[in-house]
Write a protein that binds this ligand. Structure first.
Ligand code: IDP
Ligand code: MG
Length: 139
């Protein structure tokens, strides 16, 4: 059974490029409600914790450097079937493979600097949301 929440971060390339407003507009127009949001910056170490599941991948060190290179906007989102619907809205990891009209197709720079994160399961959505937000910060 899908739950109704997912977790996202607008990544440094999209924040730096001035695309966060347009991306949030797409998210709201797709029917997601913002439950929690803030602007923050990860240290390389904290980025490494977030992406620990990828620690054996060749791109891990670069990914941690990139994700700590500038501010990000983490958010918890709510919608029926949130995890799957949000993955559809953001598109494939590599923008070259992302469908027309998806956030990554429109705003990603590269497979690494790909504008936005989306949780891949209900379980990870809960873990990733609590990485950035306490329950009392969620509305
Ligand atoms: P996802 O974000 O679409 O779920 P994952 O495979 O979970 O993709 O990878 C996490 C993040 O790591 C990606 O969003 C991207 O920023 C980066 N990444 C994934 N694959 C590569 C790669 O082959 N080269 C460089 N960076 C990558
Ligand atoms: Mg992933």
């Amino acid at each position: 059974m899908p739950t109704n929440k997912t977790f996202t971060m607008i990544k440094p390339d999209a924040v730096q490029g001035g695309n966060s407003g347009a991306i949030i507009k797409m998210i709201e127009e797709a029917g997601f409600r913002i439950v929690a949001a803030k602007k923050t910056k990860l240290s390389a170490e904290r980025a490494g914790e977030f992406y620990a599941v990828h620690s054996e991948r060749p791109f891990y060190t670069d990914l941690c450097a990139y994700m700590s290179s500038g501010p990000i906007i983490p958010m918890i989102l709510e919608k029926e079937n949130a995890v799957a619907d949000f993955r559809k809205l953001i598109g494939a990891t590599n923008p070259a493979n992302a469908e027309e009209g998806t956030i990554r197709k429109l705003y990603a720079q590269s497979v690494e600097a790909n504008a936005i994160h989306g949780s891949d399961s209900d379980e990870n959505a809960a873990i990733e949301g609590s990485f950035f937000f306490a329950h009392t910060e969620q509305f």
